[in-house]
Design a protein around this ligand. Structure first.
Ligand code: HEM
Length: 508
């Protein structure tokens, strides 16, 4: 009897892990021939080959990029994640259609941790998303962004002096984290500490620890697969308990900050509230909620969406901008001539003064440089993975409910169809008036996504990037650390490693 049960169990596991994802992938491969590239691996799927590429070639996506360049006719990459078929769209026509029809593809929460970001702008859908997007849009207007420039200048200058700069990611993410915290909370979050560490350091580390645990620990993986997100708190290991406790402390600390600000706002006059509204995201949110409370449509203010909005903006805005800045610094170190050209542009424009809003559009070379780094090493190599909501015909492919789908930002931009000498780093391609992109349907080079759910923080990110780069290039000569091997790996986003890959020498 036991023998038969074991046999049935083994067959069931084999079916779930191998046949369930592989059969539909094989059917698609037969249907699409050379236009589809099949890259299946039990459980890990594409991740297995990406990690192999990192180990063998020092770059997480090197192997994938080579295969996609050698097979320019490929439109879809067929792989799996655990037991689910996972379709990666690499042709810009599919990418365009998916961005335009985003409502049919709800996002898959990669963090898989409840009560962190699931109620924030990044993850919500439908009417709730529309309400949040409109409200938060008020915090990202040009005028609001402009008012944060002095704070960003100040933060960068301070960290350039105080930071030991032995860990580039910590150096930069301190700045980008501080900018998000300050933009969200204003003055009340000054000197914020969580679990004994500066706020931004702890949140960045906590998110990284959750991702590591979720992707690298088989026990956590299996538990989450069987029990869903509740798996974090059931039969928790020491590491999982530690993460849970840190999440609870973070949530409580942020909740206290929000409560403090509500009390302050309740005691302020309308005129003062209007003035403060210009300053930080939290006030825009709270003023709207207090208004609803006064009008009687809400009895109590619900903390949860506000709290999660902060965590969402922190999650979406800190790591992304920091990883991109470090990648830019790596390219400046690899190409000292380019570093000198940008230094010259900065000096010509502003000598030793702080960056002002009027300088930003005049940083033409820097803009082109950032665009080229985005083209070759975009930290957001794809947007969030999405799920197919119902069986559907999608251009010439039949998608099934529950499959995973994603648009690859990193493949169209390395194909001859769209760029000449696509593998060459050449920022000047963006300076010629003719436009660098060939056969462009508007969805070939989209580092911040596109369509209705594009990045709400893209102008803030570009502004931060330029201000940070201006100060660093002017103050330091940046070079590669000869004692370590530079790699491009994955921490959740795609970026340079190890953290001590750069050396900063003060300029005379
Ligand atoms: C280099 C920096 C950044 C990159 C490359 C980047 C990239 C992206 C991309 C590709 C998306 C679309 C995600 C998807 O559709 O699945 C996105 C969405 C988003 N980003 Fe960014 N981002 C950056 C910086 C920021 C900053 C600084 C903030 C805010 C402080 C921010 C907040 C958001 C939010 C809230 C969304 C969700 C928008 C929505 O769904 O309506 N991002 N970002």
């Amino acid at each position: 009897m036991i023998f038969y049960i074991i046999i049935i169990f083994v067959f069931y596991v084999l079916y779930r892990i191998v046949l369930k994802p592989l059969i539909p992938l094989l059917i698609l491969k037969l249907q699409f021939g050379k236009e589809a590239y099949l890259w299946y691996a039990p459980i890990w799927g594409l991740l297995k080959y990406n990690f192999r590429s990192l180990k063998q070639n020092g770059d997480f996506f090197d192997d994938l990029r080579k295969r996609m360049r050698e097979n320019p006719q490929v439109k879809i990459l067929l792989t799996n994640f655990l037991d689910t078929p996972f379709i990666n769209f690499v042709d810009s026509e599919y990418i365009k259609k998916m961005y335009l029809e985003y409502q049919n593809f709800p996002k898959f929460n990669l963090l898989r941790y409840d009560n962190l970001i699931d109620k924030g702008l990044l993850m919500t859908e439908g009417e709730e998303w529309r309400f949040q997007r409109t409200l938060l849009g008020l915090a990202f207007t040009f005028e609001k962004l402009k008012s944060r420039i002095p704070m960003i200048n100040q933060t960068v200058k301070e960290r350039c002096i105080l930071d030991p700069k032995t860990n580039s990611f910590d150096f930069i993410s301190w700045i980008t984290g501080e900018v998000v915290i300050h933009s969200f909370f204003g003055e009340i979050a000054k000197g914020l500490t969580i679990n004994g560490k500066p706020g931004q350091v702890e949140i960045v580390k906590l998110v990284a620890d959750i991702m590591l645990q979720r992707f690298k620990n088989a026990y956590t993986q299996i538990k989450l697969m069987i029990l869903g997100n509740k798996g974090w708190r059931i039969l928790a290991t020491k590491k999982e308990k530690d993460i849970n406790n840190r999440v609870d402390t973070l949530r409580n600390t942020v909740k206290q900050l929000i409560e403090t600000r509500i009390q302050q706002l309740k005691g302020e006059t309308e005129a003062r509230k209007e003035k403060d509204k210009d300053q930080c995201f939290l006030d825009i949110y709270l003023c709207e909620l207090l208004k609803q409370q006064n009008e009687g449509s809400k009895k109590n203010i619900d903390f949860e969406p506000v709290l999660q909005q902060f965590l969402t903006l922190f999650f979406a805005g800190t790591d992304t901008t920091a990883t991109m800045t470090v990648t830019c610094l790596v390219y400046l170190a690899k190409y000292p001539d380019v570093q000198n050209e940008l230094l010259e542009e900065i000096k010509d424009l502003m000598q030793d003064s702080d960056v002002q809003d009027t300088h930003l559009p005049k940083l033409v070379k820097m803009n082109a440089f950032i665009n080229e780094v985005f083209r070759l090493r975009n930290p957001a190599f794809s947007p969030f993975v999405r799920l197919v909501q119902q069986d559907m015909q999608f251009l010439d492919i039949k998608l099934k409910k529950g499959w995973m789908v994603v648009q690859r930002h990193d493949i169209p931009v390395i194909r001859n169809e769209h760029f000449s000498n696509p593998e060459v780093f050449d920022y000047k391609r963006w300076l010629t008036g003719q436009g660098a992109i060939q056969s462009d349907n508007g969805f070939v080079h989209i580092p911040f996504g596109a369509g209705g759910r594009n990045c709400i923080g893209q102008h803030m990110a570009q502004m931060e990037l330029k201000i940070i780069l201006c100060h660093i290039i002017r103050k330091f000569q940046v070079s590669l650390n000869p004692d370590v091997q530079l790699k491009f790996g994955i921490r959740f986003l795609y970026g340079a490693e190890p953290d001590n890959c750069l050396i900063y020498k003060t300029r005379r």
